[in-house]
Design a protein. Sequence first.
Length: 417
Amino acid sequence: MDNAAPRAIVAAMRFDTDIAVVGGGLNGLTLALALARGPLHVTVIDTRPAEAGRAPDFDGRSYALANASARLLRNLGLWDTLHGDAQPINEIKVSDGRVGDGAALLGLHFASAEIEEGPMGQMVEDRHLRAALLDAVGANDRIDHRAPATVTAQDMDDHGATLTLADGGSLRARLVIGADGRASGMAARAGIRRTGWPYRQSALVCAIAHEKPHHGTAHQLFLPAGPLAILPLKGNRSSIVWTERTGLAEEIAALPEADYLHVLRPRFGDFLGRIELAGARYTYPLSLSLADRLAAPRLALVGDAAHGVHPIAGQGLNAGLKDVAALAQVLEEARRRGEDIGAADVLERYARWRRFDTATLATATDLFNRLFSSDRPGLRLLRDAGMRAVQAAPGLRRNFIREAAGLTGDLPDLMRG
């Protein structure tokens, strides 16, 4: 007689793909490439059309990739494409200031020459990084990039996961990775709650062209309303990430270009000479948002789906890329041992690896933002004394440099030299 139970088991173990990555942003695409180095088949489900990520003209968006993140891209075979358009970060200068003062002379000065691994980081424009990832994904026959496509429902069982798509189709996978941002639908449908709060601050993001060369130096200026980061790009251009109270930020964002620059100049100072806008302007509210768990049955979270932090140290994307490298390593090691890559104990290894690091990053960025987004005399004295102490201690300064370069802690193999 025909037995329905064995038929159901066999059906449950038929898969359309080994791993479904939900989210086609930078973390999702990088993860797909890292996972597809071996025999695993990966499907990326991307809400945007594939070509929407390609922008031939500079739109102002750029990323500060830590040294370890650049290593990841190099180990995935992407750096030959990117290095000609990347700007090394050779120095970082940190100062405490006020509007109208510009960058203070006293503060912290970190130089790449103090470590052996090379530049602390690389500045890469979004148009170059995204295009390189899309090209590599498109050229890999173990990756299926479905775009545009949207997941509307998920059903996890003992053997795998079934995703229902908006077009009425479905996809069966051994494991699903949520790389779908802070408002992760994958996490929400899995019952994963989030912890966090708004900062009542917004980031104003743009790029500027300037008269004088930046010499590969990044500046972090702490103003009472929030930090102002000036990050070097190729040529006489810099990326600006400028934090203001949300109400004022919205007013500034609505200003015409000339008035926008008029507000920026006294905060920026004149050390780079004349400035003008290059590319588009963006603004977005800032908040802390941490997933209470990094894994659930047949599901793991990476990037902003797992942790969204304040951009004060520019570590958001770098933390996501470390998730990518760690998860890829855990899954590859499990596959080699013949384990079920979607099993709870396998996913717990990844969660355990990344849990402390992400919690520490969230705590540090939250603390630094609260400490530095204030003009109280007592806090200012404390900040300045702390910066003088670090600057005077070469060993401590070197530790800060290695932290900024992403070279501390238990690094995944893909982030090693």
